[in-house]
Design a protein around this ligand. Structure first.
Ligand code: PMP
Length: 459
C-alpha cells in the first residue's frame, strides 16, 4: 500500500517532468523529496535520514557538506560571478584550473575546453574529432565507436553513443555513424569455458573486424568509460583496454576516455584510464571535478589534436563551438578547491585503503540465492541479481532490482538499480563504520526481496 502523497509530492507530480522516471507510477508513489545533506547522509522532508550510497549521481565524492567548497563559491561570486571564454576573453580561475588539469591528467594533455555537463563534454569530443579530421583533409574519417551498455550522455549525439535501449527507443536514435561493440563484462558475456584472455581476444577481434569491414579511413574515435557506470558498474578484464588502445593506435583512431564518473580518485588512481591501462588521446571530466557542488565539465586534448584544431581555427577565423556557462568562474573556483582537497587527502590512496572492504562486502553476498556477481573497482561496484545467481537474469528484467532498491530505502540506504544490477558509489570519504552500515542493510534487504520474488513468481 502506498502512503497518501504529501503536499510537496502532489505539487511535484503536477509541476515537474522527471528524468529517467515513470511519470505515471510517480503519481501513486510520489517523489522522494530530499531536503538537506551532511557528510554521506541526506534527509528527506519527513526528517528521515539515508546514507547516499550513490553519491547522488556518482558525483558528490566529498559528501553533502563542505565549508571549504561553499566558501570558494562565495568568494568567487563576490569577485566575478560570471564571465565567459568566448571571443578571446578569459579569467584567472579558468586559466588556473586548466593548468591544474593539464598537470594531473595522463597522456600529455595540451589544452582544456570547458562545458557544464558530461553530455556537453562528450558532444564536444565528437565535434572536435569531426572538425579535426575535416581540417586534416580526411572528411570521411567520422564514425565513432562506442560499446553496448556505455553511458555517455543524453544529447542527440551522446545519447547515440550511449548503448542503452531506453535512451534510443522513441527518440529516433542512434544517429548514423555510431557503432556499438560488445560489453566487456566477463561474468555475464563470456562463452562457456572461455578464459578471460580468450574473452579479451574475442572483443579485440570484434573491434579489428569492424575496422576491417568499414575501413580505418572512416573511423574517427573509440570512446569508453574505464568502468561502465550507468550500464551497471561493469569492470572490464584488465587486459581489455591495453588491447583496445593498441588497435586504435595502429589505425590512427582517437581514444577518448570518459572519466565523468571514474575521474579524481574513484577507481584508486587519479583517473580510471590509469587504473585499467587505457591510453587516451583526449579525456572527458565532470561530476567529481566539482564534487557535484556546481556544474562544470572539461575536455582535455593531447598536443596533436590541439595543434590541428588551433591551426584550422586560425585558417577559418574561429573555432565555432562553445557554451555560455563553459568555464563558469564559480564552477572553476569550486573545482580548484575540490582538487586541492583531493590532493591534500591523497584521494587515490584513500580509495585504495577503503576499496578492499567495499569489495569484500560485495563479494560476501555471492552465495545468496538472488546474487550472481558482487563486483567493484575502487569505490564503485554492483551486486548483479539473478534467479539463483544465474547470469541470464530474470524473465521480467528490472522488477526485482526495483524491489531491492525499495527494501534498501526502507532501511535508510539510497542505492540505484540498473535493471537488476544494484549499483553503489558512495562518497570517497565514507568511513569504515558507514560502509558497514550500508552493507549491514544489504543482507536483510536481499532476504526480504527474495521472499517477495518467490511470492511473485520471479524465482
Ligand atoms: N558520461 C558518463 C560516464 C556519465 O556517467 C554521465 C552521467 N551519468 C555522462 C557522461 C553525462 O553527464 P551529464 O548527465 O552531466 O550530461
Amino acid at each position: 500500500m502506498n502512503q497518501p502523497l504529501s503536499n510537496f509530492q502532489m505539487r511535484d507530480a503536477e509541476a515537474l517532468l522527471h528524468p529517467y522516471t515513470d511519470a505515471v507510477a510517480l503519481r501513486t508513489t510520489g517523489a522522494q523529496i530530499v531536503d538537506r545533506g551532511e557528510g554521506v547522509r541526506v534527509w528527506d522532508q519527513s526528517g528521515r535520514s539515508y546514507i547516499e550510497a550513490m553519491s547522488g549521481l556518482w558525483c558528490a565524492g566529498l559528501g553533502f557538506g563542505n565549508a571549504e567548497l561553499v566558501e570558494a563559491a562565495r568568494v568567487q561570486m563576490e569577485r566575478l560571478p560570471y564571465y565567459h571564454l568566448f571571443s578571446g576573453k578569459s579569467h584567472d580561475t579558468a586559466i588556473e584550473l586548466a593548468e591544474k588539469l593539464k598537470a594531473m591528467t595522463p597522456g600529455q594533455m595540451a589544452r582544456v575546453f570547458f562545458q557544464s555537463s558530461g553530455s556537453e563534454a562528450n558532444d564536444t569530443q565528437i565535434k572536435m574529432a569531426w572538425y579535426m579530421n575535416n581540417a586534416l583533409g580526411r572528411p570521411q574519417k567520422k564514425t565513432i565507436v562506442s560499446r553496448k551498455k556505455a553511458y555517455h550522455g543524453t544529447t542527440l549525439a551522446t545519447a547515440s553513443l550511449t548503448g542503452l535501449p531506453g535512451n534510443h527507443t522513441d527518440f529516433d536514435l542512434p544517429m548514423p555513424g555510431i557503432r556499438h561493440l560488445s560489453t566487456p563484462h566477463f561474468w555475464k558475456e563470456a562463452q562457456e569455458g572461455e578464459s578471460e584472455e580468450a574473452f579479451v581476444a574475442r572483443l579485440a577481434a570484434e573491434f579489428e573486424a569492424l575496422i576491417e569491414a568499414e575501413g580505418a579511413e572512416t573511423i574517427a574515435a573509440f570512446i569508453a568509460e574505464p568502468v561502465m557506470g550507468a550500464g551497471g558498474a561493469i569492470v572490464p578484464p584488465m587486459g581489455y583496454f591495453p588491447a583496445m588502445s593498441a588497435i586504435a593506435r595502429k589505425h590512427d583512431i582517437l581514444t577518448i576516455t570518459d572519466e565523468v564518473i571514474c575521474g579524481f580518485g574513484r577507481t584508486g588512481e587519479w583517473f580510471g584510464a590509469e587504473t585499467v591501462g587505457f591510453e587516451p588521446t583526449s579525456m572527458s571530466m565532470a561530476k567529481q571535478l566539482t564534487a557535484g557542488f556546481v556544474p562544470l565539465s572539461a575536455v582535455a586534448i593531447n598536443g596533436e589534436m590541439a595543434e590541428a584544431l588551433e591551426a584550422n581555427s586560425g585558417k577559418i577565423g574561429t573555432f565555432g563551438h562553445g557554451f555560455t556557462y563553459g568555464g563558469h568562474p564559480v564552477g572553476c573556483a569550486v573545482a580548484l578547491k575540490a582538487l586541492e582537497i583531493y590532493e591534500r587527502m591523497d584521494m587515490p590512496r584513500v580509495v585504495q585503503a577503503m576499496s578492499p572492504r567495499f569489495a569484500a562486502h560485495l563479494k560476501s553476498f555471492e552465495g545468496h540465492p538472488l546474487v550472481g556477481e558482487g563486483r567493484s573497482l575502487g569505490l564503485m561496484g554492483a551486486l548483479e541479481l539473478g534467479p539463483n545467481g544465474r547470469r541470464e537474469g530474470f524473465a521480467k528484467p528490472g522488477k526485482v532490482g526495483a524491489k531491492m532498491v525499495g527494501e534498501l530505502k526502507d532501511r535508510g540506504i539510497i542505492a540505484r538499480a540498473v535493471v537488476d544490477s544494484i549499483v553503489f558509489c558512495p562518497a570517497m570519504t565514507i568511513t569504515e563504520a558507514e560502509l558497514d552500515e550500508v552493507f549491514g542493510a544489504v543482507g536483510p534487504a536481499l532476504d526480504a526481496t527474495l521472499d517477495w520474488a518467490k511470492a511473485e513468481g520471479h524465482i
